[in-house]
Design a protein around this ligand. Sequence first.
Ligand code: PLP
Length: 400
Amino acid sequence: MNPIIELEAQYCAQNYHPLPVVLVKGEGVYVWDDNGKRYLDMMSAYSAVSHGHSHPRLLKALTEQAGKLAIVSRAFHSDKLAALLEKICQMTGQEMALPMNTGAEAVETALKAARKWAYTVKGVAKDQAEIIVCDGNFHGRTISIVGFSSEAQYKDGFGPFPPGFTSVLFGDADALEAAINPNTAAFLVEPIQGEGGIIVPPPGYLKRVAKICSDNNVLLICDEIQTGLGRSGVLMASDHDAVKPDGLILGKALGGGMLPVSMFLASREVMNVFQPGDHGSTFGGNPLSAAVALEGLLVLEEEGLVEAAAEMGDYFMATLAQLNSPLIKQVRGRGLLIGVEFYPDQVSARKICEALMCRGILSKETHDTVVRFAPPLVIRREQVDEVVKQLAEVLDELAG
Ligand SMILES: *Cc1c(COP(=O)(O)O)cnc(C)c1O
């Protein structure tokens, strides 16, 4: 066994089940292990590395800002935060933003905003606000968030959980409509469920959901931590339905694959529920994160990464669809957020990931049956070809 993996097993909490590879270097779509072997990265750190590893412009922004001023907390202003928030608000059509670090923190921020909006604007009675979520959701790992997960393992052993959440079938707008009552503050939804297994809802779902929410004075909050910033082939996955949510949650790729940067964005009406002292984060909005995130947004635009994700995603899906393996149940996704589902009685997704790893392709299963293909958005056609070729060989071996 690799001594580094052994050492980690001794000291690190065993809350993950990583593939047995030790990575030491990354560049673009590639990463290298401690033996110098090169891999195509089809994981991009759960879609956090959209710009590619160690993007030179982001590396420059990071090192320059680190040498000037990294962290000040929001006890003071820095010269970097405002420009980032102006840019992201202009790109998304939102009015204000509240910067945090990890995705789960930004989701918590959204939940707090929705509840306080319900009490101070909508007029819900004290402590009665309800938030509707979807079966199969993934919004992070805090106690309140896992409390409304439908995944038993996420919750098991971690209760009791805060009340005030109900869950409806994902993709079913009628179920949402039926679940809304006068205490409903918000509907929290991923436009495409990522960790749930790359689940794409029926066409027009979000459009209908947006109408139902606005008819009932319920906030529509889209968690685009994984789907946002070009991943699905448009800037925000909600753009596929031409929907502008009342609240928007970003993370992952917002940090340019360098730092944890997340935020909650909303209208002035919603964001103004926060008064000084209501909410905060020591590191949220720090100038180092802000400088890197702003450069990341500029790179996204100037290198046409959203359009690239659409084009390469279509090509990837079409190429996968030609595989015709008896092991494949379904190929699904949008842009460069692609899941290949296998028949569970035929083969485990984990086994496929291990076989791909030996062939220089890194991916990870989600649930037991889906292999995810979510490379950096800078991937090129011949690299897609290489992935599909290796997958085809793995499937032939396993089927034969
Ligand atoms: C990854 C993810 C989160 C949680 O983000 P962390 O940075 O891991 O806390 C929340 N929502 C969605 C949709 C995600 O994919």
